[in-house]
Design a binder for this molecule. Structure first.
Ligand SMILES: C[S@@+](CC[C@H](N)C(=O)[O-])C[C@H]1O[C@@H](n2cnc3c(N)ncnc32)[C@H](O)[C@@H]1O
Length: 236
């Protein structure tokens, strides 16, 4: 399929590109995820507030330390904008999300902080950026909800320049088989209530996407939350 790609904030050239043939997202699953987060958006910060105070804010700092210097950075699944506070200065940043209601809150947060952030509604499974357009991508707690996580990660691989960096903070299926099975059983309820799957095999998904893992840091017992640093693969 030929379609134009333009992202003015990153000064990219408008170009027509052939999208990879492997891309075939599920529109129904994507619409369900979007509706779920639109519904959760008014309560999202409240639901996460205790964990944010206890753990997440420290983990976010680790993520942004790991990002290092960047020129053209994309945050995928910005949500209500909890990472905006940590964005590096002097970096062209675009933040995207599937849910307009989550994005609206991110926009308000940026305004409150007096920061200018380019926010766009976009699907991680079909990023509207040219191949090799970016040098860094960040996502925190996102690939638990992207309907087809491998597709989303393949898109990240595509839009990163060769050797470009991706930093992910993700919760995933626990390592122990019995706990993993328990998470599998609970998942259908959790995903409806909270929007996120608790049994994704995200490290495996990163490998399947063609991204090359550079470092994995487990932040909790059982590897339930991990920070993954990967590079865009040479073979895309
Ligand atoms: C659990 S929230 C995390 C939000 C934020 N990154 C944070 O750390 O608080 C997951 C976010 O991913 C977004 N999301 C899910 N699927 C997506 C997709 N296909 N494309 C873009 N964003 C998506 C949701 O709308 C939601 O805002």
């Amino acid at each position: 399929m030929l379609r134009p790609r333009l992202h003015s904030s990153l000064g990219l050239v408008v170009q027509r590109q052939k999208r990879s043939e492997r891309i075939s997202m599920d529109p129904k699953a994507t619409a369900v995820t979007k509706a779920r987060y639109n519904r959760i958006a008014p309560l999202y910060d409240l639901m996460d507030s205790f964990m944010e105070w206890l753990l997440f804010r420290e983990w976010r700092k680790l993520v942004w330390q790991a990002v290092g210097p960047a020129q053209r950075l994309l945050e995928v699944g910005v949500g209500t904008g909890k990472n905006i506070l940590y964005y590096p200065e002097d970096t062209q940043i675009t933040a995207i999300d599937l849910s307009d209601q989550m994005l609206m809150r991110a926009r308000k947060r940026a305004q409150k902080l007096g920061l200018r952030v380019e926010l766009s509604q976009m699907d991680a499974q079909a990023l509207d950026f040219a191949d090799d357009a970016l040098d860094t991508v960040v996502a925190t707690f996102v690939f638990c909800s992207v309907p087809d996580p491998v597709l989303g990660l393949q898109e990240i691989n595509r839009v990163l320049r060769p050797g470009g960096k991706v930093v992910l903070l993700e919760h995933m299926r626990p390592e122990s088989p019995w706990l993993g099975r328990l998470f599998d059983l609970l998942n259908p309820f959790v995903v409806r209530l909270w929007g996120a799957n608790i049994n994704r095999r995200t490290v495996e998904n990163v490998r399947l996407s063609g991204l090359e893992i550079e470092n994995i840091e487990s932040l909790t017992p059982q590897g339930i939350v991990q920070m993954i640093i990967a590079r865009a693969g040479k073979e895309k």
